[in-house]
Design a protein around this ligand. Structure first.
Ligand SMILES: Cc1ncc(COP(=O)(O)O)c(C=O)c1O
Length: 450
């Protein structure tokens, strides 16, 4: 379908434009000699343009770079900034905590934490909550508790899932449908097959087969895959997951870090899901580091009733800075005043408009691509019909095409998530912003076709 020579030519041209447009970002990147890979975190080397754009300012749905360009930001920190950049209530709550009353970290609880716990309980339906600084840690600790409570060693994941830098999750089904270490799994502490099992998304038979071994403490999954394109659950799939996990004595943990985009209570509230535990991070404190995990009443009782579980000191669930006063103040402001019902209604409506626009452009250019939406997030995949699972979606990847579409958009003032073709809206995103991306996307396809 795609003329590869033409694609390479267009990509080279866009990269040259990118280099010309961004001399100050290039210079800053070149000067970061003492950073590993020249970036503050190695994943920042994932960039379509050849070097990362350096952030100058950020406000609401916009960022500017060092070279003075303004962008409609549809990356939004890959969900960390789904509340928009520096939302005023969060800024004011953090400023108040730091400047008026003090206390960045103190090893003492604040009343904000109880408010946030109650709000998470109201939104997600799980009554007890504990905090981390990242979603990765929320997952680590949820898994640890699940293993302790069930006395089983393994965690089951979906093939091509992503739950943060969690060793156990780096498992896939290989070309022959056998479990294997995910390519790129560096420095693993042991063979991932010792710690984990894997099934395809939307495959209840595969899940049943794996759970029948009786050694899985928990199924840790997203209710829709969001890190290999968006793969939505087929009717009945999530009900089946609940039934099979319950029948096999396996706990069910939903990671709502990205699927929070589905609404104020994530996919859990939107689809009336009933997990035993839930993990989340990224956006809940408006971008201030904060993760959380919630437990059902029954699980909380079991955890607290087990005198042999050392949850206070050396038991492997910890984090000196977790639940700190600033994270809690930020989460209270974000959930109380920013990521509200009406904000989600606005974001979802805009994203639907964007999804329709992307679909129209794809159809107009005769491409066999599909668009999937989950509330405030939308993503296209180079496959039609839409992939049903992670393996199918992985097979539809085209990194060169991704790079072209990303750098083309960046050169015209629209930022996308480097790891996805995902576009996310925030409360401050406007109709003109999503229409701008639709137009830029349409133009990029026209160049590809002509
Ligand atoms: C579903 C999911 N869970 C967990 C994480 C990890 O988040 P963090 O890197 O903030 O710990 C991610 C990151 O992309 C994610 O997509």
């Amino acid at each position: 379908m795609i003329d590869r020579t033409r694609l390479q030519h267009l990509l080279d041209h866009e990269r040259a434009t990118f280099a010309e447009r961004n001399p100050l970002s290039a210079e800053a990147y070149g000067a970061a000699a003492n950073l590993l890979g020249s970036v503050p975190m190695t994943w920042m080397n994932k960039r379509a343009g050849g070097f990362p754009l350096y952030l100058a300012t950020a406000d609401g749905a916009r960022v500017t770079d060092l070279d003075g360009h303004e962008y409609v930001d549809l990356c939004l920190g890959d969900t960390g900034a789904m509340a928009g950049h520096s939302p005023r209530p969060v800024v004011e709550a953090v400023r108040h905590r730091l400047a008026d009353v003090g206390g960045l970290t103190a090893m003492m609880p604040t009343e904000d934490a109880a408010w946030v716990g109650a709000e998470l309980a109201r939104r997600f339906g799980l009554p007890y909550w504990s905090f981390s600084l990242t979603a990765t840690d929320a997952n680590r600790w949820a898994m640890r508790l699940a293993r302790a409570l069930t006395d089983r060693p393994k965690i089951l994941f979906h093939s091509y899932c992503y739950h943060g830098s969690v060793d156990e999750s780096l498992i896939v089904l290989d070309g022959a449908g056998r479990p294997a270490s995910r390519p790129g799994n560096v420095g693993a502490p042991c063979d991932v097959l010792l710690t984990s099992r894997v099934a395809e998304f939307n495959d209840l038979d595969g899940l049943e087969r794996e759970l029948a071994h009786g050694d899985v403490a928990a199924v840790l999954i997203e209710p829709a895959l969001t890190n290999i394109g968006i793969v939505l659950p087929e009717p009945g799939y999530l009900d089946g997951v609940r039934e099979l996990s319950r029948a096999s004595g396996t706990l069910l943990i939903y990671d709502e870090t990205h699927t929070f985009s589905a609404g104020p209570g994530g996919a859990t509230a939107r689809w009336a899901l009933r997990p035993d535990m839930l993990t989340i991070g990224k956006a809940i404190a408006g971008g201030v580091p904060c993760g959380a995990y919630g437990l059902s009443a029954e699980l909380a009782e079991s955890v607290l009733g087990r005198a042999d579980l050392d949850l206070v000191d050396m038991g492997g669930v910890g984090g000196t800075l977790a639940g700190n006063p600033v994270s809690m103040a930020a989460a209270r402001a974000c959930l109380g005043e920013v990521l509200t019902e009406s904000a989600f209604a606005h974001m979802t409506a805009l994203t639907t408009r964007l999804a329709d626009g992307l679909r129209a452009a794809i159809v107009a250019h005769g491409l066999s691509w599909t668009v999937s939406q989950l509330g405030a997030r939308v993503e296209y995949r180079f496959a039609d019909p839409a992939p049903r699972n992670g393996t199918e979606s992985y097979a539809a990847a085209d990194p060169e095409l991704d790079d072209y579409l990303h750098v083309f958009a960046a050169n015209r003032g629209v930022l996308l998530t480097p790891f996805h073709n995902m576009a996310l809206t925030c409360p401050q995103t406007a109709v003109a912003d999503v229409d701008r991306y639709r137009d830029v996307f349409t133009e990029s396809l026209s160049h590809l076709a002509s």
